[in-house]
Write a protein that binds this ligand. Structure first.
Ligand SMILES: [Zn+2]
Length: 485
């Protein structure tokens, strides 16, 4: 076979093993793997390097308005460029429906934001905040049919929260059409009650954000979300799990064979609520929801990442600058509930996970590939991405596992004016990122043209066909089918 590109001499990481050899590409796809491949119009020397599946960032907020109308700092150009410098070959940001909006119009809007700008292949998860009858019966099925086969819903925030009944309706639609429901699980009333108590006591500094959203609010909502999904026999993906209590509930559901999936994010592994108590308003840089926790939580979350409770580690990149366009859109020293929620980290997700996971000996290379790429491909239906196997897209990240570098804002390439990871020393960095065989980033330089990324139509969600089914799930499935034919 005549290869257009051969990546030679690297340690190739496949889903089952790592071995030293060559990878041959033809027409943007992986065409051959062998100890030694001759030829190749272009040969990339990967001696001493790791050859990994390009990352798939499955949780990012790009060119997205919040429910209060605040625009994220990154558009599809800066967002995708930053993702590429961080070792990603594709990403799945959100396309958010706010109340009163049609889903068809939302998708059209995001197409116009992404297509001309993205340097990486992309898809969207919808965010649904207004599940009207038209949305449930016409617009969502239409979105699924065009390959947008996942969406996120919220159990918190007054302008987003669907309520249990709304959750049941939409989970049923997802199950019927083979879509995956993602959920932000925090008990809305617990948080609002805490906010009111703290406000009454005049406790409004950033550090009170952590207290206002207790671990129990997450655990309660995760337990309820799993129960709602079980009633209708639907799969569920719980985003940004931040507590051991929540992760334990997910692990227990998985052990009983339920199609419950979850992710955590680097910020819950890297930072604690002490970061919210930095001098002045610095703590605002660390406000995200669910909030940062403590050191014991970090250890427990790492354990769940290693055990496979978390199938993905995602950035939840939600870029709001440290100025009036972002964090301080509501004034220079607002009370914590008025500070924009979210941390930037799309370029740091993989270097952090590699350094603190692989280099620190917490996870294997196979686990890194699974958490950074392969599992997201499988769960979210990117059928030709996420593994270095013949026939797959040549989405590849070549890493130098030895390089140690100090994190700085200049390395982020996003539109932000800070990175919470500033000054951290990390070992293992991506050097060369390819997407469908084309170099996107090489030796610290962007090589890709704006708009080269393509929309990826994703396959329907199928629960793991090998997972044992909990006996009591079957009646629930039938029950759901009976009352909702
Ligand atoms: Zn998010």
């Amino acid at each position: 076979m005549e290869f257009d590109t051969v990546i030679h001499g690297g340690t190739i990481v496949t889903p089952t093993e790592s071995w030293q050899g060559d990878l041959g590409l033809v027409g943007g796809r992986i065409a051959g793997l062998a100890e030694r491949l001759p030829g190749g119009a272009r040969r990339i020397d990967a001696t001493g390097r790791l050859v990994l599946p390009g990352g798939i960032e499955a949780h990012a907020h790009i060119a997205q308005e919040s429910s209060s109308g605040l625009m994220s700092a990154d558009d599809y150009y800066t967002g995708s460029v930053s993702a590429a410098f961080g070792g990603n070959s594709s990403f799945i940001p959100f396309a958010a429906q706010h109340r009163g909006q049609s889903v068809d119009a939302v998708i059209e809007t995001y197409d116009s934001r992404a297509a001309p700008n993205s340097v990486l292949d992309y898809s969207y998860h919808l965010i649904i905040s207004d599940p009207t009858e038209t949305v449930l019966t016409e617009e969502l099925p239409r979105a699924f049919a065009r390959g947008i086969t996942s969406f996120k819903v919220f159990m918190t925030y007054d302008l987003m929260n669907l309520g249990d009944r709304g959750m049941l309706d939409i989970l049923t639609v997802a199950r019927r059409h083979g879509a995956l429901t993602m959920v932000h699980a925090e008990n809305n009333d617990m948080v609002k009650w805490m906010n009111a108590r703290l406000a009454a006591a005049g406790l409004t500094a950033p550090k009170y954000h952590a207290i206002s959203r207790p671990a129990l609010a997450e655990a309660e909502a995760i337990n309820r979300a799993i129960s709602l999904a079980r009633l209708v026999g639907a799969g569920l993906f719980i985003v940004h799990v931040s507590t051991p209590e929540g992760a334990d509930l997910v692990a227990r559901a998985q052990a009983s064979g339920l199609p419950i999936h979850a992710e955590t994010c680097p910020q819950y592994l890297a930072f604690t609520r002490d970061d919210l108590d930095r001098p002045g308003m610095e703590g605002a840089k660390y406000i995200c929801s669910p909030p940062l926790r403590d050191a014991a939580t970090q250890a427990a979350l790492w354990n769940h990442a290693r055990r496979g409770t978390f199938e993905s580690v995602s950035s939840d990149h939600a870029p709001y600058r440290f100025d009036a366009s972002g964090k301080f859109a509501n004034g220079a020293e607002p009370a914590y509930p008025a500070i924009a929620n979210g941390l930037p980290g799309i370029a740091m997700r993989l270097p952090y996970l590699f350094s603190e996971g692989v280099a620190a000996g917490r996870i294997s290379l196979q686990q890194f590939a699974a958490l950074s790429s392969s599992n997201a491909a499988r769960l979210f239906g990117m059928e030709r991405k996420g593994a270095l196997l013949p026939g797959y897209d040549a989405d590849i990240a070549i890493w130098n596992p030895e390089e140690t570098r100090e994190v700085s804002l200049a390395d982020q390439h996003d539109a932000m004016d800070y990175t919470p990871f500033e000054g951290m020393r990390l070992t293992g960095w991506p050097e060369h990122v390819l997407s469908r065989g084309e170099t996107v980033v090489e030796a610290g330089e962007l090589k890709a043209a704006r708009g080269r990324g393509r929309f990826v139509a994703r396959a329907p969600y199928r629960p793991d066909p090998n997972a044992p089914v909990e006996p009591e799930l079957t009646p629930a499935l039938n029950f759901g089918a009976e009352i909702r034919p």
